[in-house]
Write a protein that binds this ligand. Structure first.
Ligand code: PLP
Length: 215
């Protein structure tokens, strides 16, 4: 029986980067994937991340994917690789400030609210484009903006998921063209989880965030 990691990697087939979502998982479960070569892991709660990271190898690249409160940024700023869940100006300003204090550049993505669900976080596309027009976010020199993250509605309707990911890709392309055309690092479309990553790949995802299917 091949490892779940290999099965998923084969399906991704180098079309995207796989981030292992390790929330709720034990240190041993994470180490198992680490020893198979996985280096990118994601957590959605700062407290859980802080408890785990000191018990794990320090060449893991940590991604934060959950709603992030500004007052918690200082804890992760010394080591976090990438924050996928930037959903407001205040949070972005705080990430930049804490990155500056640590003399680091933190990678970040704009989280877009695309799903037909109020519970999901993220910028409304118009709100993000307005901030970008005013050069508010691009001027934060210790953030390297690498792309856009979105979650589709939690539904069995694959047509709806496909349409939401397609819409996200169109907005991503527009933002890249209008605001980041001179920034080759702005190339990531982080979308797709265990239940919908194959649809996300078809719609142009460059990063998939997979938890339950991997463990
Ligand atoms: C939990 C989570 C995932 C992974 O979900 P699975 O269904 O377990 O693959 C991906 N992205 C975000 C933002 C999450 O919170």
């Amino acid at each position: 029986m091949p490892e779940k990691l290999r099965i998923i990697q084969n399906k991704i087939n180098n079309k995207a980067q796989l981030i292992a979502v390790s929330k709720f998982r034990t240190i041993d479960e994470i180490l198992h994937l680490y020893h198979l070569g996985q280096r990118h892991f994601a957590e959605n709660r700062v407290q859980e991340l802080m408890e785990k990271k000191d018990k794990l190898p320090n060449d893991i690249l940590w991604h934060v994917i959950g709603t992030l409160q500004s007052n918690k940024v200082k804890y992760i700023a010394p080591f976090v690789h990438c924050i996928h869940s930037v959903d407001g100006e205040k949070l972005a300003v705080e990430i930049n400030k804490q990155a500056q204090k640590q003399n680091r550049i933190i990678h970040a993505l704009f989280q877009l609210h695309i799903a037909q669900e109020d519970t999901k976080q993220g910028f409304q596309p118009d709100e993000l484009i307005d901030l970008l027009n005013r050069q508010v976010l691009q001027s934060l020199s210790n953030i390297n903006w690498v792309g856009v993250m979105a979650m589709a509605t939690n539904t069995k309707n694959s047509k709806q998921i496909e349409s939401e990911f397609h819409q996200t890709k169109l907005i991503f392309d527009k933002i890249k063209q209008d605001f980041f055309s001179d920034k080759p690092d702005f190339k990531e479309l982080s979308m797709g989880m265990s239940g919908d990553y194959e649809i996300a790949l078809q719609q142009g995802a460059t990063i998939v965030r997979i938890g339950s299917l991997l463990f």
